[in-house]
Ligand binder design. Structure first.
Ligand code: HPA
Ligand code: ZN
Length: 343
């Protein structure tokens, strides 16, 4: 590993855009299929990896929903989540905000609580073992009717203490954020914080809609904001965090080449950019791999890398004192490397 990648490896960071079902590595998919007696349409782990060749978001989603069919019990969600935490502890992730897709599970007959209980128990044990703090964010599947999202929100209400917020994922095109305005109104009234995927494949109008109709606190992806100068100004004015996922964008052909990724331009225009892995088991890398990829392709400086790490804590749903504690860890780390990086 090069010296500059050592710098990334040691940077304390938060991951704010991670679908836990997208952390299901082929090895675990196979093991859980055997444990649960689920048939998979793949001969072996290599065949699973070979299938991960995507030209657009929907190609990935089709395999992502198929992959999650092996997740049946609370223990499965527990094992999946603890494996993710142990993996990202190596990347010096100090805090993570994990998405889960309850409708991907209740639609297969699982109880709403099965996934939530397994994930939250692993997060508690992971914090004790690894010191990584965490939050859980429930995502609604936007390709399904708003009424089903509303019913899912109702299922979540008794668990408000374990779910910090709600988001919106799955097939973006044709499913604008406005479709879920009433759901998000009710979620905010119940005390949930809100985020939404927008401007991944969908147009800049969807980012406007996430801001105005859903009143989100972060935009997930948002890379198509570059197409709308007024939107860029508004995102900067609002200091709206964007959870950017470079390897995901590359693997889903949102960008043709990492050197064409808009992340550096977004930073240069003053946007609050963070770097995340999205679905690391499917897109070829965990969070540090995403930092390495953009550093190399876009020639990011140490200052920019440290800023992205600070942003990751600043944009989190931690309380202000804890954010400040983690940001001070970034500053202390940078100072300890002897690099001169302005805050
Ligand atoms: N976009 C939309 N839906 C998703 C994604 C994504 O990147 N990952 C998992 N569900
Ligand atoms: Zn995502």
């Amino acid at each position: 590993m090069s010296d500059v990648n050592d710098f990334i490896a040691g940077l304390p960071k938060a991951e704010l855009h991670l679908h836990i079902e997208g952390a299901l590595e082929p090895e675990m998919m196979f093991a859980l299929a055997q444990r649960n007696g689920v048939a998979l349409p793949y001969a072996d782990v290599e065949a699973i990896r070979a299938a991960y060749s995507f030209t657009r978001l929907q190609d990935f989603l089709d395999l992502y929903y198929r992959g999650m069919s092996v997740l049946l019990t609370e223990a499965d969600f527990y094992d999946l989540t603890l494996a993710y935490l142990r993996r990202v502890a190596q990347d010096n992730v100090r805090h993570t905000e994990i998405f889960f897709d309850p409708q991907g599970h209740t639609g297969r007959g699982l109880a709403f609580e099965t996934a939530l209980n397994g994930i939250s128990r692993a997060l508690a044990d992971g914090e004790a073992e690894l010191g990584i703090t965490s939050h859980i964010i429930l995502c609604f599947l936007r390709h399904l009717p708003a009424e089903e999202a509303m019913a899912t929100l109702d299922q979540a209400l008794p668990h408000r203490d374990r779910i910090v917020g709600v988001g919106l994922d799955s097939s973006e095109q044709g499913h604008p954020p406005a479709k879920f305005k009433a759901v998000f109104d009710k979620a905010r009234a119940a005390g949930f914080l809100t985020v939404a995927h927008a401007g991944e494949e969908g147009p800049p109008e969807y980012i406007w809609s996430a801001l105005d109709d859903l009143q989100v606190l972060r935009i997930d992806h948002g890379v198509r904001a570059l197409e709308d100068p007024d939107l860029m100004l508004e995102l900067a004015r609002r200091k709206m965090p964007l959870t950017v996922c470079p390897l995901s964008n590359l693997r889903l052909c949102v960008v043709d080449d990492m050197t064409a990724h808009p992340l550096k331009m977004m930073l240069d225009r003053g946007l609050v950019v963070t770097v995340n892995s999205d679905d690391p088991a499917y897109f070829g890398g965990y969070v540090n791999d995403n930092y390495y990829a953009v550093r190399q392709a876009l020639a990011l400086s140490d200052e920019e890398l440290a800023l992205i790490a600070r942003n990751s804590f600043g944009a989190s749903f931690l309380d202000e004192a804890t954010k400040a504690k983690y940001i001070a860890e970034v500053d202390a780390y940078v100072a300890s490397t002897g690099r001169s990086v302005a805050s």
